[in-house]
Design a protein around this ligand. Sequence first.
Ligand code: KG4
Ligand code: ZN
Length: 330
Amino acid sequence: MIVLSVESSCDETSVAILKDGKQILSNVVLSQIDIHSPFGGVVPEIASREHIKGITMVFEEALQEAAVTPQDIDLVAVTKGPGLIGSLLVGINAAKAFAFANDIPIVGVHHIAGHIYSNAIERDLVFPLICLVVSGGHTELILMEDHYDFQKLGETMDDAVGEAYDKVARTVGLGYPGGPEVDRLAAIGEPTYPMPDIAQRDSYNFSFSGIKSHVINLVHNIHQRNEEVDVANLCASFQETVTEVLVQKSRQAIDEYHAKMFLVAGGVAANKGLRAKIRERINDVEVVVPDFRYCTDNAAMIAVAGYHQFKKQGRTDDMSLNGRSRMRLE
Ligand code: KG4
Ligand code: ZN
């Protein structure tokens, strides 16, 4: 079975081809990071226009690289949400046009299901499992007892962890997206700055707006005293506190639900500090972290999720398939 997938929910235009649910034949990602970085974040209107400019070329490249023709495709999978609505619609309309023209069934896929299933590329999932979803828009702990069965144990009450990373980066003058820069500097700094206690006890929920404001105030106060911020130490302090709470709650969920596998998904899964802490503290169950190239947005993960969604539900969408800026995973 060959799946062609499309992802355009934010600032990456991507098309992938997947064989038999696990094998990636191609995964073409056209990133807009350089276009948005002067603005310090993604500009939705610009993102939509860039998707329109790139989508046809990305389709062609993905088919060419996989050496398949439209006649070989059995299913089209496309991100239907959540995300920037203008961006989503470009991918959805391209996917619908391709499916309609070639008479191929289509399924709309939840973006976060995609991130979770980035862990099923070239690998089988074992249930029950716990997945920590950490991206620019999401921070969630998910329990899965079977394929395509998502139970949300907890989520952020305010900012997503990636969002907090980007804000901290911006506060100390690092570029966008700031997560990778904070991660790089944290590795050479020491956690010398005091950080607030951000553990939301008695629940699997998270909160990152407090630590974000703390860092902003701290930097402001240091500047007012005409002193210099030790950026590496500040990054190390922030990262230590944030990764600690992520790992601590993951550990607790793994124990409570007797998980056999632990997955990490989303852009922040690329974080080296988080990966190191997980290696240290979660070593009694199989831990899966996606390859770096599958951590940030890509269509390969949407293909794998779409494949399992179709197998489990046996349902396809019709040409009324539409984008949704917000939607629940469960
Ligand atoms: O999953 P993703 O590509 O997009 C969303 O669906 O949100 O995640 C992007 C987020 C950004 O906030 C970026 O700063 C963060 O992931 N990120 C990182 C790292 N690499 C990417 N955050 C911390 N450490 C990293 N190494
Ligand atoms: Zn994402």
